[in-house]
Design a protein around this ligand. Structure first.
Ligand SMILES: NC(=O)c1ccc[n+]([C@@H]2O[C@H](COP(=O)([O-])OP(=O)(O)OC[C@H]3O[C@@H](n4cnc5c(N)ncnc54)[C@H](OP(=O)(O)O)[C@@H]3O)[C@@H](O)[C@H]2O)c1
Length: 263
């Protein structure tokens, strides 16, 4: 029996065990998945003593765990953060999750003008995903302008022609604005029915921002799809096979919806 986990601090709110246990159930895999609170001062000891077959890493360890790893895969190196560890090698499956979520929702990123709201870790993984998907332009709006400039410089360092302020077709919210319990807030940007809106937040599944978008008639993608896809991409790494292609994603979604409804 294999043992997996997600580590972070705080961690009690994580829905990862619900997702992973549902996949084990669907595919008849004998494995366990737990959430482990690892406080910042305890990360070093955890990395030296854990017996896990693989684990996800969430806030606040996505960058601080890097020095404890033997190797970091190419994308995680570029992004500067990992969320998935296997054999003491670090991977980033957030950018894969974003890309897969859009594929599942039939959103073609190629040639599109994109706007990222936020400039933290998720924004960076999503910027990487947008570049890999051949978008025509990326602009960034962030509360702290210096952080937006930092992200724009980083994007420009390996994709010099992509930074343009074009009217966006696709907008990705990479801030926690609208996340439970702050459910009446919404990012400050004028949207219309022609925009494709992607949220990274999955609690609530339909944020106020997405609700406004849906009412206007815009296409919207919930953060739940990205959450599921990053988890499945992590399983592909740990089991060294395409678990993500064997899973019934609609069933995963409905189990996660129930779990969110009951918290
Ligand atoms: N669905 C998924 O699989 C998935 C995966 C990863 C992350 N996420 C979600 O993505 C979101 C961002 O996570 P992160 O790791 O990127 O966090 P982060 O590194 O802390 O970055 C947060 C960003 O949001 C901005 N921000 C925070 N509070 C704000 C406010 N009240 N008004 C305006 N801007 C605000 C920050 O701006 P400043 O620079 O001004 O501080 C920063 O740019 C979270 O909601 C997280 O749950 C989802």
């Amino acid at each position: 029996m294999k043992h997996f986990a997600v580590i972070g601090d705080p961690i009690s709110q994580s829905l990862s065990p619900v997702l992973h246990n549902e996949v084990y159930y669907q595919l008849g895999i004998k494995a366990s998945f737990e959430k482990i609170r690892v406080q910042p001062h305890a990360l070093s000891e955890f990395m030296a003593t854990h017996q896990l077959d693989g684990f996800n890493v969430t806030i606040p360890h996505k960058q601080t765990v890097l020095p404890f790893l033997d190797k970091i895969d190419e994308a995680a190196k570029m992004i500067g953060a990992v969320n998935c560890i296997f054999g003491n090698i670090g991977y980033n499956t957030d950018w894969i999750g974003f890309k897969k979520a859009l594929q599942l929702n039939h959103v073609d990123l190629n040639g599109k003008a994109c706007l990222i709201l936020g400039a933290g870790g998720a924004a960076r993984a999503i910027a990487y995903s947008l570049i890999q998907s051949g978008v025509s332009s990326i602009s960034v709006n962030n509360r702290t302008q210096s952080k937006a400039d930092e992200l724009l410089d980083w994007i420009q360092s390996f994709s010099p022609n992509i930074i343009k302020t074009k009217s966006p077709e696709i907008i990705a919210n990479c801030t926690p604005v609208g996340m439970w319990p702050d459910i009446d807030s919404s990012p400050n940007y004028n949207i219309n029915k022609n925009h494709i809106l992607i949220d990274t937040i999955y609690n609530p599944i339909e944020t106020k921002w997405l609700k406004i978008g849906n009412e206007l008639g815009a296409k919207t993608v919930s953060g739940l799809d990205m959450f599921i896809a990053q988890g499945l991409a992590s399983m592909d790494v740990w089991f060294e096979e395409a678990i993500s292609e064997k899973v019934n994603i609609d069933l995963c979604k409905s189990v996660l919806r129930q779990a969110l409804d009951s918290v």
